[in-house]
Design a protein around this ligand. Structure first.
Ligand code: NOJ
Length: 566
């Protein structure tokens, strides 16, 4: 397998709104990021992915962009951005930008023009359709062009009275979908990307890139449980021309630079991922798949408090590990700005918070692929104790509450699910220290600070030798020292175990054994004979040697054994 820097890197995701506020307005900003570059350098990450910092009315916190070539004033100026980029580069840290081109904001000049008239030159930049005439109780009425539901509740179509037509928005009403069938859309997007790359950025994380090609007959989708709308997925995810578009993007833009690309790919299967992230380099470097994150979904989509089943989790992650091996490249993640905190989801955020956070990190970072750390994950930050719906800021959570209560579901039950799964859990301010507002802002933060900041914060973590922070630092360092961690082939052991996640890696004779106890109980694990002589690379319980073949693991214990080539 060809060695490349992005396979050997560890990426750190910053959600700028919640990372560090440098000017006291309660909102994180670019100068705040610059101030904290030394902290990130100390952690040892190679690449920063910034969630969108572009001009935006913030209907979806910057994922609704009204100017791709301007910085949101709340976040600073283009000069601030250029300074951050050059300061990051001075420290050997690369910057990857979020690229949101499935949709724009409805306040983007292209859409402002598009909605003016049917013959406006920008009309076909978006997806406009005539309403459907239907008979309801004997009267003719006009309904949406098809039954597709939006990811953020309600219909995916919005009626626009100016031209008496509907436009498609797979996300909020203020996020109209671009029409990628239009050559001019692609040309404009590609030249904007080129502009950023010329500035010196190091790549793109591509928002919902698997959705850019829609089936042009726009058929109704299958019914969804607990929803009045149909599933747009079969006609939007991995659509008919998506690979053609990405190959074109690759030829015209990406291949001209030494950069890293990762596509967010909802609905992606391993078969599709082999095309998106093929090692032949014709499209992207890697994708974010969702299969492991969707394992605890249920009848009301993600709104649930079901626990993930370890056997299913292992089966899913192992499928990605083995099927992409030597064909495509994996991205590895537990957390991001759209997911609740992993230590509250798969670990124990009370009694064994630090140990379980370290165990989860070990389990992920020893796999094949490029690992992503989401801000605060390196401190073991937890879900927040949100109260009522008024505590939430996220459009997805708020709309879901309205829609599900509107359908007669019990408000308290829905709130319980939203508290557990809301994206806002990831978006509470980064906990820097135990001072006012966790040291995030001198003002009033845009979203509540998790009250556990007195206990969980970066200052404290940096002062404690065995903190989660230093554990992550070590995992990152090990990846640089042992090629087997980056390139090794993966093999799952004990697939049926309901307590243990155990796997090996092998690369040019070097071998690695990772053992993780996913439970709060001690449990036994038989160490394969060939690892009995292995050296402990990392342990979250200060274990220094393995003497017994039948090893008794402590609750949430994680352990990695290494054997050199003979
Ligand atoms: C995926 C992003 O990660 C999410 O935060 C956003 O709401 C949607 N795409 C729409 O852009």
């Amino acid at each position: 397998m060809t060695k490349t820097w992005w396979k050997e890197s560890v990426v750190y995701q910053i959600y700028p709104r919640s990372f560090m506020d440098s000017n006291g307005d309660g909102i994180g900003d670019i100068n705040g990021i610059t101030q904290k570059l030394d902290y990130l350098k100390k952690l040892g990450v190679d690449v920063l992915w910034l969630s969108p910092v572009y001009q935006s009315p913030n209907d979806d916190n910057g994922y609704d962009i009204s100017d791709y070539q301007a910085i949101m004033p709340e976040f600073g100026t283009m000069e601030d951005f250029d300074r951050m980029l050059s300061e990051a580069h001075k420290r050997g840290i690369r910057i990857v930008m979020d690229l949101v081109v499935n949709h724009t904001s409805d306040e983007h000049p292209w859409f402002v023009e598009s909605r003016k008239s049917k013959d406006n030159p920008y009309r076909d930049f978006y997806i406009w359709r005539q309403g459907k005439e239907v008979q309801e109780k004997g009267t003719a009425v006009t309904r949406e062009p098809n039954n597709w539901g939006s990811f953020f509740s309600g219909s995916a179509w919005q009626y626009d009275k100016e031209t008496d037509m509907y436009y498609l928005h797979l996300f909020s009403r203020k996020q109209p979908d671009l029409n990628w069938e239009n050559d001019k859309v692609r040309e404009n997007v590609f030249s904007m990307m080129d502009w950023w790359l010329k500035k010196g950025i190091d790549g793109f994380r591509m928002d919902v890139i698997s959705l850019i090609s829609k089936v042009q007959s726009f058929p109704d989708g299958p019914a969804k449980m607990n929803s009045s709308y149909g599933d747009a997925g079969p006609y939007t995810a991995n659509g008919p021309r998506v690979h053609e578009y990405l190959k074109e993007m690759n030829q015209k833009v990406l291949s001209k630079y030494d950069i890293m690309t990762v596509g967010e790919a909802s609905g992606v299967t391993v078969e599709e991922a082999k095309k998106y992230a093929s090692l032949d380099g014709s499209e992207l470097n890697m994708v974010f798949q969702f299969e492991h994150m969707d394992l605890d979904g249920g009848e009301t989509f993600k709104w649930n408090d079901k626990k993930m089943d370890l056997v299913e989790l292992k089966e899913t992650l192992s499928k990605w590990q083995t099927e992409l091996d030597e064909k495509a490249w994996n991205s590895l993640y537990w957390d991001n700005h759209d997911q609740p905190r992993i230590v509250s989801r798969l670990g124990d955020d009370r009694v064994y918070r630090e140990r379980s956070a370290k165990m989860l990190a070990t389990c992920l970072h020893m796999m094949q692929g490029t690992p992503y750390i989401y801000q605060g994950e390196e401190l073991g930050m937890t879900n927040a104790p949100f109260g009522g719906i008024e505590d939430f800021r996220d459009i997805e959570s708020i709309n879901a509450f309205r829609e599900l209560t509107g359908r007669g579901m019990d408000g308290e039950t829905i709130l319980k699910y939203i508290r557990y799964k809301s994206r806002d859990n990831a978006r509470t301010p980064f906990q820097w220290d135990d001072s006012h507002m966790a040291g995030f802002t001198t003002g009033t933060p845009w979203i509540m600070v998790n009250p556990n900041y007195k206990e969980i914060n970066a200052k404290k973590a940096l002062e404690q030798e065995d903190s989660v922070f230093y554990y992550y630092q070590k995992l990152i360092r090990l990846r640089k020292e042992y090629p087997v961690i980056v390139y090794g082939h993966y093999k799952l052991l004990l697939p049926e175990s309901r307590q243990l996640y155990v796997y090996t890696r092998e690369y040019e004779g070097e071998r690695l054994l990772t053992i993780c106890n996913f439970t709060g109980e001690s449990t036994e694990c038989r160490i394969p004979a060939e690892f009995m002589e292995g050296k402990i690379l990392i342990s979250n319980t200060h274990r220094s040697q393995v003497t017994e073949e039948n090893l008794v693991l402590e609750p949430y214990e994680a352990l990695v054994l290494y054997c050199p080539a003979v």
